[in-house]
Design a protein around this ligand. Sequence first.
Ligand code: CO
Length: 133
Amino acid sequence: MILTEIDHIAIAVRDLEAAVDYYQRAFGATVDHREVVERDGVEEVLLKVAESYIQLLTPTRPDSPVAKAIEKRGEGLHHVGYRVVDCKEALKAMVAAGATPIDHEPRMGSRGTTVAFIHPKGSFGALIELVQE
Ligand code: CO
Protein backbone atom coordinates (compact mmCIF):
# COMPACT_ATOMS: atom_id res chain seq x y z
CA MET A 1 0.00 0.00 0.00
CA ILE A 2 1.59 3.26 -1.13
CA LEU A 3 -1.01 5.60 0.40
CA THR A 4 -0.49 6.56 4.02
CA GLU A 5 -3.42 8.91 4.59
CA ILE A 6 -5.94 11.22 2.94
CA ASP A 7 -3.96 14.47 2.88
CA HIS A 8 -6.77 16.76 1.80
CA ILE A 9 -10.11 17.10 0.09
CA ALA A 10 -9.96 20.12 -2.22
CA ILE A 11 -13.06 22.23 -2.82
CA ALA A 12 -13.08 24.93 -5.49
CA VAL A 13 -14.92 28.08 -4.45
CA ARG A 14 -15.56 31.52 -5.89
CA ASP A 15 -15.46 33.44 -2.61
CA LEU A 16 -12.67 32.15 -0.38
CA GLU A 17 -13.51 34.38 2.59
CA ALA A 18 -17.15 33.31 2.57
CA ALA A 19 -16.17 29.63 2.33
CA VAL A 20 -13.64 29.90 5.17
CA ASP A 21 -16.19 31.69 7.31
CA TYR A 22 -18.79 29.00 6.57
CA TYR A 23 -16.49 26.07 7.42
CA GLN A 24 -15.37 27.81 10.60
CA ARG A 25 -18.93 28.45 11.73
CA ALA A 26 -20.36 25.11 10.58
CA PHE A 27 -17.60 22.82 11.84
CA GLY A 28 -15.66 24.95 14.28
CA ALA A 29 -12.72 24.26 11.98
CA THR A 30 -9.57 26.35 12.36
CA VAL A 31 -7.33 27.76 9.64
CA ASP A 32 -4.00 25.96 9.69
CA HIS A 33 -2.37 27.39 6.60
CA ARG A 34 -2.99 29.95 3.91
CA GLU A 35 -0.95 30.36 0.73
CA VAL A 36 -1.04 31.81 -2.77
CA VAL A 37 0.44 29.30 -5.22
CA GLU A 38 1.36 31.55 -8.16
CA ARG A 39 2.29 28.73 -10.48
CA ASP A 40 -1.15 27.13 -10.18
CA GLY A 41 -3.03 30.44 -10.07
CA VAL A 42 -4.74 29.61 -6.80
CA GLU A 43 -5.06 30.80 -3.24
CA GLU A 44 -5.68 28.05 -0.75
CA VAL A 45 -6.74 27.80 2.85
CA LEU A 46 -6.20 24.58 4.79
CA LEU A 47 -8.55 23.73 7.65
CA LYS A 48 -7.29 20.93 9.84
CA VAL A 49 -9.36 17.78 10.39
CA ALA A 50 -7.37 15.35 12.58
CA GLU A 51 -4.23 14.71 10.49
CA SER A 52 -5.91 15.72 7.22
CA TYR A 53 -7.18 18.95 5.72
CA ILE A 54 -10.11 20.52 3.99
CA GLN A 55 -8.48 22.61 1.27
CA LEU A 56 -10.54 25.55 0.05
CA LEU A 57 -9.24 26.73 -3.31
CA THR A 58 -10.01 29.86 -5.28
CA PRO A 59 -8.51 31.06 -8.57
CA THR A 60 -6.23 34.12 -8.56
CA ARG A 61 -6.44 34.62 -12.33
CA PRO A 62 -8.93 33.78 -15.08
CA ASP A 63 -6.63 31.32 -16.88
CA SER A 64 -5.96 29.15 -13.82
CA PRO A 65 -7.12 25.52 -14.02
CA VAL A 66 -9.35 26.07 -10.99
CA ALA A 67 -11.05 29.04 -12.71
CA LYS A 68 -11.72 26.82 -15.70
CA ALA A 69 -13.07 24.03 -13.49
CA ILE A 70 -15.50 26.42 -11.77
CA GLU A 71 -16.56 27.84 -15.12
CA LYS A 72 -17.22 24.35 -16.47
CA ARG A 73 -18.70 22.53 -13.50
CA GLY A 74 -19.40 25.19 -10.91
CA GLU A 75 -18.07 25.20 -7.37
CA GLY A 76 -17.50 21.96 -5.51
CA LEU A 77 -15.19 18.99 -5.06
CA HIS A 78 -12.08 19.53 -7.17
CA HIS A 79 -9.56 16.85 -6.24
CA VAL A 80 -8.45 14.43 -3.54
CA GLY A 81 -4.91 14.66 -2.18
CA TYR A 82 -3.49 11.31 -1.12
CA ARG A 83 -0.48 11.34 1.19
CA VAL A 84 2.39 9.11 0.12
CA VAL A 85 5.85 8.42 1.50
CA ASP A 86 7.60 8.86 -1.86
CA CYS A 87 5.86 10.89 -4.57
CA LYS A 88 8.14 9.73 -7.38
CA GLU A 89 7.66 6.05 -6.53
CA ALA A 90 3.90 6.48 -6.09
CA LEU A 91 3.64 8.25 -9.46
CA LYS A 92 5.59 5.44 -11.11
CA ALA A 93 3.34 2.80 -9.54
CA MET A 94 0.18 4.63 -10.59
CA VAL A 95 1.35 5.07 -14.18
CA ALA A 96 2.29 1.38 -14.28
CA ALA A 97 -1.28 0.63 -13.13
CA GLY A 98 -2.69 2.64 -16.04
CA ALA A 99 -3.05 6.16 -14.61
CA THR A 100 -2.62 9.17 -16.90
CA PRO A 101 -0.19 11.62 -15.28
CA ILE A 102 -0.63 15.38 -15.55
CA ASP A 103 2.78 15.89 -13.93
CA HIS A 104 5.35 13.51 -15.35
CA GLU A 105 7.76 14.39 -12.56
CA PRO A 106 6.97 15.38 -8.96
CA ARG A 107 7.00 19.12 -8.39
CA MET A 108 6.72 21.62 -5.53
CA GLY A 109 3.27 21.93 -3.94
CA SER A 110 2.02 24.25 -1.22
CA ARG A 111 3.47 24.26 2.33
CA GLY A 112 6.73 22.77 1.05
CA THR A 113 5.22 19.49 -0.14
CA THR A 114 6.20 17.50 -3.21
CA VAL A 115 3.21 16.70 -5.41
CA ALA A 116 2.10 15.15 -8.69
CA PHE A 117 -1.34 15.28 -10.29
CA ILE A 118 -3.07 12.37 -12.04
CA HIS A 119 -5.70 13.04 -14.72
CA PRO A 120 -9.34 12.15 -13.93
CA LYS A 121 -9.45 10.31 -17.26
CA GLY A 122 -8.28 6.85 -16.38
CA SER A 123 -8.96 7.41 -12.64
CA PHE A 124 -12.72 6.99 -12.79
CA GLY A 125 -13.42 10.68 -13.00
CA ALA A 126 -11.49 11.88 -9.95
CA LEU A 127 -8.57 14.30 -10.18
CA ILE A 128 -5.89 12.88 -7.89
CA GLU A 129 -2.96 14.63 -6.24
CA LEU A 130 -0.15 12.63 -4.68
CA VAL A 131 1.31 14.54 -1.73
CA GLN A 132 4.65 13.88 -0.06
CA GLU A 133 5.28 15.93 3.06
CO1 CO B 1 -4.39 19.82 -3.51
